[in-house]
Design a protein around this ligand. Structure first.
Ligand SMILES: [Cu+2]
Length: 139
């Protein structure tokens, strides 16, 4: 009986002593000017690299997605950007890779015009997709 209680204590201790790995705050580390969007059951945080996007220059995007209702992490992510007022998208298709659970890295994005752009994130979990969009003014 005594060893059972000791065992239980060590399990409790182990589970509370490593909170950094277990819980994800959904913040991109080293960030500062990340963008945050909340929609449906997701919080999406993204950051461009380089931070300042230049017209006609390739950039990448790091995206972290956290479910806000305790549901499982997404399986996949698609990223696109369009200029809704001009009726066109980007001239290059970005590639998206999952680098860790809930974290995605998109490469090869380029906005070839200054003006009003719209990021489009399609978050996939199983056979369901949730679209999250946000505006970006490129000067
Ligand atoms: Cu345009």
């Amino acid at each position: 009986m005594r060893s059972f209680i000791l065992g239980l204590c060590s399990i409790l201790f182990a589970s509370t002593s490593s909170p950094a790995k277990a819980s994800s705050p959904c913040e991109i580390s080293g960030g500062g000017d990340e963008n945050k969007i909340e929609k449906a059951s997701y919080r999406l945080v993204f950051q461009a690299d380089p931070r300042n996007i230049n017209v006609g220059k390739f950039f990448s995007l790091k995206v972290q997605i956290c479910p806000t209702d305790g549901s499982p992490l997404p399986d996949g992510l698609k990223i696109d950007a369009t200029m809704p007022m001009h009726g066109h998208g980007m001239n290059y298709r970005p590639t998206v890779k999952q680098t860790a659970p809930g974290i995605f890295q998109a490469k090869g994005l380029m906005m070839h015009m200054a003006g009003s752009w719209m990021y489009r994130f399609d978050i996939r979990r199983g056979d369901r997709s949730t679209r999250v969009q946000t505006k970006l003014i490129l000067k």
